[in-house]
Structure formats: C-alpha cells, structure tokens
Design a protein around this ligand. Structure first.
Ligand code: ATP
Ligand code: MG
Length: 310
C-alpha cells in the first residue's frame, strides 16, 4: 500500500541556515503523525515543503506516491493545509469565506451553502457566521481557518500548531474532530509544541530539533527512552531547591527545578539512580516535604531528548 507521506533526506536551506537538515519519516495512510519540536525546529518548513509551497534543496518527499517537486498539482489535490497563521479573507463574513471555498472546490451552490452552514455549526460559529472575519476574536478566526481547510474532505490534512490560541473547550472539540477524520480514513500531520497534544492524538511522533529528527516512535516509546520515571522532590522551602540540584549533580545526577510546581525533577534512567538520589538528598541537609516517583510525562521525555543533542 502507498504511504500517505514519504520523506527521505529532506534538506531546506535559508542562506547558510539548514532549516531541514536531512529529515526522514513515513506516515501510513489513515494515521495521525505528531511532528514535535521547539521553536525554530523546522516544523513549518517541513509542512511548507510537503504542501508544495517551498522547494526542497535536496532529498525527496512523496504524497500518496506523488513527488512534491515533480507533481505539485497532484499533491495539491490530496491535501488541505491549516497554517500557523490565519489565512481567511478578513473583509467578508465567516459564512461567505466557507461558501467561497466550497465553490472553489467545485461544489454546486446549494451544497456549498449547506456545507458552509454545517461547518459553522460544527465549529460553534453559527451565531457569528454573518459577521466579517476581521471582527472575530483570535480563537474564532482560528476555528474559521480550520473549518475552511476541512470543508473539502481532504485525504491528507496538515495542521500547523492548530490549537495555539484556542480555549480548552475548542481545543477538545478540535481534537475530537481530528480523531473523527482519521477514523474516516484521512491522514493527519499535526505539528505541535505540546506533548500533551501529540500524546492525545498521534499514532506516532517524530521529534525534530534544529532541522533533524532526533527521535521517533509512539509517545510511550519516547517516554521509555528517557527512563520512563521521574523522581520528584519537594523541599519545604523552594529556595532550597538549588541546593538539592547541586547535591544531585555531585552524584552525577542532572535534575531541574520546576518553579511552577515547586519541585525538583530528576528523570530516572539507570537502576541505581534512585538510591544515589536519596543519598544526595540526605547529603544536602535540606528539609524535604515529599519525595515520590512519577511516570515521566511526554514533556519530560521531550526536554530530555532535545537536551541530549545539545
Ligand atoms: N523564509 C525564511 N527565510 C529565512 N529563514 C527561515 C525562513 N523560514 C524559516 N526560517 C528559519 O528556519 C528555521 C526553522 O523555521 P520553522 O518556521 O520551520 O520552525 P518551526 O519549527 O515551525 O518553529 P515554531 O515552533 O516557532 O513555529 C528557523 O531557524 C527559521 O528562522
Ligand atoms: Mg512553525
């Protein structure tokens, strides 16, 4: 069976800078891939190459077997793109935006109208459908943008940081919709900086950093790669956290302070690290309120992975 996306040795340069520096990955049809990475990792660049908006400098990419450079028209017929930044027409209403796109996709007028109304309802924009898009709030515009890209039932959907700026309710709705699309057979490539999002949606995750793939697998596999468990140490006074970190460092253990949660976190990798950590905590002579182990979040896995390539 043909893969939805096949990327081999993809390189994209901007001047001397390699935004993509030899990227490989494959997405089987009907699956959701999470493309994960920090700011500037190359996620948007990859999406733009895969949607024929940017020409790669080396390597190749095929969408349902079509080459993005040699067969851009065929590729465009298969895809829908929701960019990181809104792309709807600001000077017409939300309903008119959706209607126009449906017409451009070749739907007859009646069907296009029904489809536009259906999408407005679906994205909770029914009440504001008649308003100019420029009068929408950021979240409404985002939802309109998503509705616009999904209107034609695309085989392959690119979502570039789709939930940035959405409230939790809209985010959950979007997640449900993405899953529904995948169940109906669409393939989805989703870029995100939120591990939680990748974990909630993606069948597999590719982590990119500075233009290179640094890890790939399921969310569970990525977590396992960084040990899977985290030791969480809560000092009585947060200002003592640094002393704990230093003491752990003397034992060769690299922890970080989570200011928000008021804890020190240490990913546990080797079997003897827990004993060494307890020794280090005792040696620090800091008063500790709680010490417990947690299954590492994908966030921690991600931080570990991007740090280990520095
Ligand atoms: N048109 C361009 N001209 C020059 N440099 C660019 C251009 N587009 C992207 N870059 C550079 O390429 C690198 C990757 O950018 P890209 O937008 O793909 O990152 P990203 O992973 O999408 O980041 P973010 O999470 O911030 O959206 C960055 O260093 C960026 O500055
Ligand atoms: Mg981006």
């Amino acid at each position: 069976m043909t893969s939805a996306i096949e990327v081999e040795g993809l390189v994209k340069r901007f001047g001397d800078h390699r935004a993509l520096d030899g990227v490989d990955f494959t997405v089987p049809a009907g699956r959701i891939l999470g493309l994960l990475g920090p700011n500037g990792a190359g996620k948007t660049t990859a999406v733009r190459v895969l949607s024929t908006l940017l020409r790669p400098d080396a390597g190749r990419a095929r969408i349902f077997g079509y080459d993005v450079v040699k067969e851009p028209h065929e590729v465009r017929r298969c895809i829908a793109l929701t960019g990181q930044f809104a792309s709807v027409d600001q000077e017409i209403s939300g309903r008119e935006n959706l209607y126009l796109i449906a017409r451009l996709l070749g739907m007859p007028a009646r069907r296009a109208r029904a489809r536009a109304d259906g999408m407005l309802e679906r994205f909770r924009l029914g009440d504001v459908g008649g308003k100019l898009a420029r009068e929408y709030s950021g979240g409404m515009r985002r939802r309109l943008d998503l509705a616009a890209s999904l209107i034609g039932d695309p085989r392959l959907i690119y979502l570039d940081e789709p939930t940035t700026g959405l409230d939790p309710h809209s985010r959950n709705e979007l997640w449900a919709m993405v899953k529904e699309r995948a169940l109906a057979g669409s393939t989805v490539l989703l870029t995100t900086q939120y591990m939680e999002e990748a974990e909630a949606l993606a069948d597999s995750v590719v982590v990119v950093d500075r233009g290179r793939v640094i890890a790939a697998g399921t969310a569970a596999e990525l977590r396992a790669r960084v040990g899977g468990r985290t030791l969480q140490i809560r000092p009585v006074h947060l200002q003592d956290a640094a002393a704990i970190v230093e003491s752990l460092a003397l034992e060769g253990l690299y922890a970080r302070i989570d200011q928000e949660a008021c804890v020190v976190r240490l990913p546990l990798v080797e079997p003897d690290e827990l004993t060494r950590a307890v020794r280090a905590i005792t040696a620090s002579a800091v008063d500790v309120l709680a010490v417990d182990t947690q299954v590492a979040s994908l966030d921690e896995a991600f931080i570990e992975l991007t740090r280990s390539t520095e």
